[in-house]
Design a protein. Structure first.
Length: 250
């Protein structure tokens, strides 16, 4: 049943959704019984083609089996509450209120945006009022404590000071120097060198070269160092001192 115009034709209404226009009979928007009769399981089974059903099923969750999709369709057309209401009922509500028409749709969109802006303003005003109440409450507590003398015996705790950049650099340099001397001492023990002061002991970490380039080694110490070096070469073990690339006798 629909409303006929003077020419005996059923009146239609132009709707807009996602930028696309389509025309539907006006009775579909005015009579819930007509809408329910069209949006039914009988229409799905007897009116729609297999291709139509296939395309519409793409809108359903794809991780479901055939029986699960059938249960979803049954709940959809029966008006069952599906977590957040029934989608068919929601479509009818939007159609009946004119949300899909060119005249009312933009106005409803503006109304929703105004409601969101009003909500943000109310939240902002709530936070401003809350800060004012906190400041006034703190002021009253301070005055009350001053009048009662409760603040006379309060001792302030010293603030924890963080080391300055210069102290951190000095601490890092001292740590690096201790590590350097430990490595140097391990090398002396391995090479069986005397613990006398050498140029490496006088190395300044702030400079790029040692303060004294002369190396004092006896002939026996030199020969022993060569034998140890040759032994390490023969064992084919990795030692940093065996890497002589880029070193010349010049």
């Amino acid at each position: 049943v629909g409303i006929l115009n003077l020419e005996g034709e059923m009146e239609e209404v132009t709707l807009v959704h996602n930028g696309e226009e389509f025309r539907v009979p006006s009775c579909l928007l005015e009579d819930r019984d007509v809408f329910s009769h069209v949006m039914s399981r009988d229409t799905w089974s007897s009116v729609l083609s297999d291709n139509d059903r296939y395309e519409l099923c793409k809108l359903l969750p794809q991780e479901t089996t055939a029986s699960e999709r059938d249960n979803i369709l049954q709940s959809l057309f029966s008006g069952e509450n599906m977590m957040f209401g029934n989608p068919v009922d929601q479509v009818w509500h939007k159609l009946s209120t004119g949300e899909f028409t060119n005249d009312i749709g933009p106005l409803l969109s503006q109304l929703r945006q105004l409601k969101r802006d009003l909500y943000k303003q109310n939240i902002q005003q709530y936070h401003i009022n809350l800060i004012e109440e906190l400041l006034l409450s703190r002021k009253r507590l301070i005055h009350s404590a001053l009048d009662s003398g409760a603040l006379d015996n309060i001792q302030s705790k010293p603030l924890k000071t963080t080391p300055t950049k210069r102290k951190r650099i000095h601490r890092t340099r001292s740590k690096a120097e201790r590590h350097y001397k430990k490595i140097l001492n391990d090398c002396r023990i391995e090479c069986d060198l005397s613990p006398t002061l050498s140029s490496d002991d006088d190395y300044d970490l702030d400079e790029t070269t040692p303060t004294n380039n002369e190396i004092c080694l006896s002939e026996d110490q030199y020969m022993r160092m060569l034998r140890i070096h040759k032994k390490k070469r023969r064992m084919k073990q990795f030692y940093p001192e065996l890497d002589t690339r880029g070193i010349t006798l010049a």
